[in-house]
Design a protein around this ligand. Structure first.
Ligand SMILES: Nc1ncnc2c1ncn2[C@@H]1O[C@H](COP(=O)(O)OP(=O)(O)OP(=O)(O)O)[C@@H](O)[C@H]1O
Ligand SMILES: [Mg+2]
Length: 304
């Protein structure tokens, strides 16, 4: 197992920021770590990386006990902390050389060149960190996490503040990295998890409320299936609301509606039946699939 967490707990005063969580991540997994603000994601990540010590529990990374041997463990971990703290007065290369020095790397120059290329920093590489846009600073944060070629990457909100183009590039980078590394990253953006991860873990009030493959989680838990459709004439929303199969219906535009329910097949059948019965043809219908956002809302609501 690449990362093994057992009964990990962090208590601040009377609050259990992380409450007895256990999970494992295996080599090559990309785990999306989801949870609302204050759920305990950053606290858990800080304990896994040995940044802060747990109140109870155990963490091992690449077989190394992080409590007994944090320095050895940290060699196996690349960590992008929340808010990506960087030295703004330093030049990118200067900073990355400095980080390479902290890890006592021998081939510093090669390592710096490698991570600059990997993270798409070549064009900006001669700038000071303080002169960079947010997205490029984020890349410097990822570059410093990669400098010692760690087996495990812990990225606390690597996507925050990126524009759509940069998002796609960083997604691609994380996918690439996931091929030969274990990646755990936290985010609030469900689409990121669906786009990149094979595993998802949802945390709420310091407790794990879901931990599974992205596929399983969308199948096993009552998903929110969404269908958007347009009809020729206006509909009587109450006719739809009365159906047990439909959880919600909302008008989205002129003659366009969105229904949700737990079973897309049954939803579609019901829609076609109403269309025939009321002589109101369906002109367009789009199955939006199960959305992880709905699942996230369900899970983090029900456990309150
Ligand atoms: N140093 C600290 N002292 C006291 N309480 C803390 C400390 N660090 C975190 N907490 C509390 O622990 C809880 C979990 O915080 P944490 O930062 O881990 O959440 P998070 O899931 O990362 O949230 P976000 O999505 O907002 O980043 C919060 O209630 C927070 O106030
Ligand atoms: Mg956080």
């Amino acid at each position: 197992m690449s990362v093994q967490v057992e009964q990990l707990t962090k208590i601040y005063g009377t609050q259990k920021a992380v409450d007895n969580i256990s999970f494992q991540v295996k080599h090559g997994d990309i785990l999306g770590f989801l949870g609302p603000n204050g759920a305990g994601k950053s606290t858990a990540m800080k304990m896994i990386t040995g940044y802060i010590s747990p109140s109870a529990g155990k963490v091992s990374v690449s077989g190394i006990d992080m409590l007994k041997n944090p320095q050895e463990g940290q060699k196996a971990i690349g960590y992008l902390p929340e808010n990506n703290p960087l030295y703004k007065e330093m030049f990118i290369k200067e900073y990355l050389h400095f980080v390479a020095g902290v890890y006592k790397l021998e081939a510093k120059k090669e390592a710096v060149k490698r991570v600059i290329e990997m993270t798409g920093l070549v064009v900006e590489q001669h700038k000071k960190i303080g002169q960079l846009s947010k997205g490029y600073r984020q890349r410097v944060g990822i570059a410093q996490a990669l400098i010692h070629d760690p087996k495990v990457l812990i990225l606390d909100e690597p996507m925050s503040g990126l524009d759509p183009n940069q998002l796609e590039e960083i997604r691609q980078l994380i996918r690439e990295l996931g091929k030969d590394k274990t990646v755990i990253f936290s985010t609030h953006i469900m689409q990121e998890v669906q786009a990149i991860c094979n595993r998802v873990m949802i945390i709420q009030n310091g407790k794990i409320v879901a931990n599974d493959t992205v596929n399983n989680i969308t199948q096993q838990i009552h998903g929110v299936q969404k269908i958007v459709f347009s009809m020729e004439k206006p509909i009587d929303i109450n006719t739809f609301k009365a159906l047990e199969i439909i959880d919600s219906i909302e008008q989205k535009g002129n003659l366009t509606y969105e229904v949700t329910g737990k079973d897309a097949y049954q939803l579609k059948k019901a829609l076609f039946r109403i269309a025939v019965k009321t002589d109101n043809p369906i002109l367009q219908l789009q199955d939006m699939g199960t959305n992880l956002e709905g699942i996230f809302k369900q899970l983090t609501h029900s456990s309150k």
